[in-house]
Design a protein around this ligand. Structure first.
Ligand code: CA
Length: 261
């Protein structure tokens, strides 16, 4: 069992890239509540930015508002599902309310990937996501994707119509099948992943994963293992050096042992 005093700390960075004129990605970090969020907005010039900001804020506010003394579900998956599905539903309502006030924003939407730290009985990370923003776990010098994209190409791969390599260059690789917005199904996938003491979690948008290979991403994280700020900066720099065709966001959640008293 992992030492109970272990905790995880998030560090994030976002950049508009070399082509886009605005950054519609958003991220949010609350290390005290163990909550980390990445969102990739879409829909019109300002819509994407509004949607990703509304989503990250609503999810943060929902989780922070639940008192630490609230009764906990015995089962961690039930606990994570109750908390994160409500938080994401709140975010969808916030987006709908804004569209009601500003109908010009009706096409806006956003992906979201959220990590929520559960300390007991063993340290675990609950992950909820919608769309093609991803969570990876880095363990024993391996990078493992722990979310499944809600995207057309992922569906085509799962059904055996195309290979993962073909998905990478597919003309419809940007079509997502779930998101927060009026025109998408918004039921998140939620899972709980027990953590080893050295595990690192990466949350990111497709600006990173459609530009860099898994090997590129892993090499940067291992090289800058003890300086996550530098790792995030290098990931953004590498995405931009490879063309920077999209906004890029990288958020690393790394283990840290508080100073012993
Ligand atoms: Ca994107």
């Amino acid at each position: 069992m992992s030492p109970p005093h272990f905790h995880w700390t998030g560090t994030g960075l976002s950049h508009q890239g070399m082509v886009r004129t605005s950054n519609q990605d958003a991220f949010a970090i609350d290390n005290d509540h163990g909550l980390w969020i990445v969102a990739d907005g879409m829909g019109g010039y300002t819509g994407g930015q509004v949607a990703s900001a509304l989503a990250t804020t609503a999810i943060m506010d929902h989780v922070r508002a639940v008192p630490a003394t609230a009764p906990q579900e015995a089962d961690r998956l039930s606990q994570a599902t109750a908390m994160l599905s409500h938080a994401i539903a709140t975010a969808k309502t916030a987006i709908q309310d804004r569209i009601t006030k500003e109908p010009d924003l009706r096409s806006m939407g956003t992906t979201v990937v959220t990590a929520w730290f559960l300390p007991d009985p063993v340290p675990s990370m609950a992950i909820a996501h919608l769309g093609d923003s991803r969570a990876y776990r880095i363990r024993d010098a391996h990078l493992e994707l722990i979310t499944t994209d809600h995207s057309l190409v992922q569906q085509l791969v799962a059904e055996g119509h195309i290979t993962p390599d073909q998905a990478h260059d597919h003309p419809k690789r940007n079509v997502i099948t779930r998101a927060l917005g009026l025109s998408f199904p918004s039921t998140p996938d939620i899972a709980v992943h027990p953590l080893n003491p050295e595990d690192v979690i990466l949350l990111c948008t497709d600006g990173l994963t459609k530009t860099l290979t898994d090997q590129d991403i892993l090499a940067v994280i291992l090289e800058f293992r003890n300086t996550p700020e530098k790792a995030c900066q290098r990931l953004i720099d590498c995405a931009n050096a490879a063309g920077g065709i999209d906004n890029t966001t990288a958020l690393l959640i790394t283990p840290s042992r508080p100073p012993s008293s």
